[in-house]
Write a protein that binds this ligand. Sequence first.
Ligand SMILES: [Zn+2]
Length: 328
Amino acid sequence: MDGNQQVLPLAFAIVDEETYPSWKWFLQQLSRHVIRGRRGMCLISDRHGGLIKAVREGPDFVSPHGVHRYCLRHVCSNFNSNFKNVVLKDLCWQAGSEYQVRKFNRIMEEIKKQDVKAFAYLDQINKEKWTASHDGGWRCGILTTNMSECINGVLKGARRLPTDFACKMFISWQQKAVEHTVMKYSHAQQSVSVVTGRQNRHGMNTHVVKIANRECSCGKWNQFGIPCSHAQKVCDAYNISDASMVKDYYDLMAYNNTYSKHFEPVQLGDYWDDPNFQLVQDPTIRTVTRPGRNQTTRIHNEMDWRQTRARQEAQQQQGDSSIQENVS
Ligand SMILES: [Zn+2]
């Protein structure tokens, strides 16, 4: 948080799961790149076992260098999972957020009166760590990790974002879907038929969409893994999220994974392993470099002939028109 109580993100990491090793790694990186020997740091977090262990082993959030505090919302939530009592939960929140020890004690007495076990549960948690009254000024008035959950929300959204390609295709089909009409639902076939809108001379076709199989008779959904305009129309009619039907491989996470591996630079030949065979040069496949554009060695196909013919025709037309100009 900055001086204006606004979120100032300094570092975040994406890990495969929340465990002791991943927390340990994160705290090490934080220590190295963000904290860098500064003292007087306060960490506010939930009471994840792996995190508590990792914090204890590091130097930054352990007395006398710094402190570790618990998010009051998480303490209340854990407390409520144990005792399932909204009145007690409210009292727990009041106890934790009270700034005066005298008032804190009074609320704790009230909890004790209502449920001795609930009192004992809270009493065994280090008061410095969860109450504002025993904090000693470390928390700067921040009782929860609510503000960091907003980052969590941003990342959660980013996980399912599709690539630019998928977005464009999805949107172009979405625009087309407006012209279609959903006709009838066949229970036996678990399918819906859609009549396409008239576009110039085309349209007025019927396509059959099977949402459960993620397929449409137009073939595009099966081919691209993106709901076609007909499928989108059906999703819209039956209040189904069509965006969630896009194949996982269009996710940004999947896309980033494609490039997550490193290319190792090739070392000098002297460092290579002995291949156990001799490399012999084949003089017949040696190419001689000539000035100018290299001749293509690719086998030409039908498309190349078409292109060559088009070019010849264009040249011929140019020639004809220049003759005509000369004549006129
Ligand atoms: Zn379709």
